[in-house]
Unconditional design. Structure first.
Length: 146
């Protein structure tokens, strides 16, 4: 993912990821996880594809989505498949969302949308940590490049 000025903000391997035993989308550190549960699209297919990554870890420090809160509308997101195919999106919104609100926000979880959309989710580092986890999320909404 690059900023409007072309600076690279995120560069991560993408792997399939489901919900953990607590019902949380939490991919391993060092990668971005694509929510690959049944009914959820891959990036570039109709519906909102969900990508999640960590902002930091206790062991490694900054992680794959460490700079996600810096992303602003107009930034470009490129998803590159192992085949070499690419899908490009433009960021339309980037903001903090309370963690309790995130799973209920239909603008994020929009698998049935006929348009190929992209959502990127991480923790919001400006919120307090409780029980070892930030209490907020940072969400980026993106639409296909015109």
């Amino acid at each position: 993912m690059t900023s409007r000025r072309g600076a690279r903000l995120v560069d991560a391997e993408l792997i399939g990821a489901g919900l953990d035993d607590r019902g949380i989308l939490a991919p391993p550190a060092g990668v971005a996880g694509w929510y690959d549960e049944k009914g959820w699209p891959k990036p570039g297919f109709p519906g909102a594809a969900i990508l999640a990554g960590h902002i930091n870890t206790r062991v490694t420090g900054p992680d794959t989505f460490a700079r996600l809160p810096e992303v602003r509308p107009g930034a470009r997101v490129t998803v590159r498949y192992s085949s070499g195919d690419e899908v490009q999106f433009v960021v339309t919104r980037s903001k903090a969302v309370p963690k309790k609100q995130t799973p209920k926000d239909d603008s994020i979880w929009d698998a049935g949308n006929p348009r190929p959309l992209l959502r990127l989710i991480t923790c919001d580092p400006t919120t307090p940590v409780r029980g070892g986890h930030y209490v907020g999320n940072w969400v980026v909404w993106a639409a296909p490049m015109a």
